[in-house]
Design a protein around this ligand. Structure first.
Ligand code: SME
Length: 152
């Protein structure tokens, strides 16, 4: 997909996501619809949220194959994004030490933290692709806008 096409899809996606969540206070419902929206738009391998509960990242609404339920502090790409408090793009999961292989089909990944108004991480948006190097700065930029919709 060329970057102009991707950007156009993301511009539309962010607006749709905003419209979906703006009048609904339930975070789970909103995460469910936003995961479906992203997944349907780009046909990624796995798209979903992990929510920070009692110091673990716990599986939340997602689209795709079954996934690991609970991710401890510092584990995997999700744990790295949580610790570093920034988006982590992994072009080749086999080159990422400690990557949690929920599915052997996953080849590349992006994880975007969700923050509260005090800057604490409350969740992560995790997207996997079965293609190498699927994610770049365009994905990071727009998915950070999506994650910001979940700021409490
Ligand atoms: N890949 C993640 C684990 C979650 S699954 O990809 C859905 C990680 O290493 O953090």
């Amino acid at each position: 997909m060329v970057s102009t096409e991707k950007t156009a899809l993301y511009v539309q996606l962010v607006e749709q996501a905003r419209a979906l969540v703006e009048n609904e206070p339930d975070e789970i419902a909103n995460m469910a619809n936003v995961a479906a929206l992203i997944h349907d738009t780009f046909h990624f391998w796995w798209t979903g949220f992990y929510r920070l509960i009692d110091d673990d990242l716990v599986l939340g609404p997602f689209q795709g194959p079954i996934a690991c339920t609970r991710i401890k502090r510092g584990r995997g790409v999700c744990g790295a994004a949580r610790e570093q408090r920034e988006t982590v793009v992994v072009p080749d999961v086999e080159q990422f030490p400690g990557h949690i292989a929920c599915s052997s089909a996953s080849r590349s990944e992006i994880v975007v933290p969700v923050f509260d108004s005090e800057g604490n991480v409350t969740a992560v948006l995790d997207i996997d692709s079965e293609r190498l190097a699927m994610f770049d700065d365009i994905d990071a930029c727009f998915l950070e806008q999506v994650a910001a919709l979940f700021r409490k």
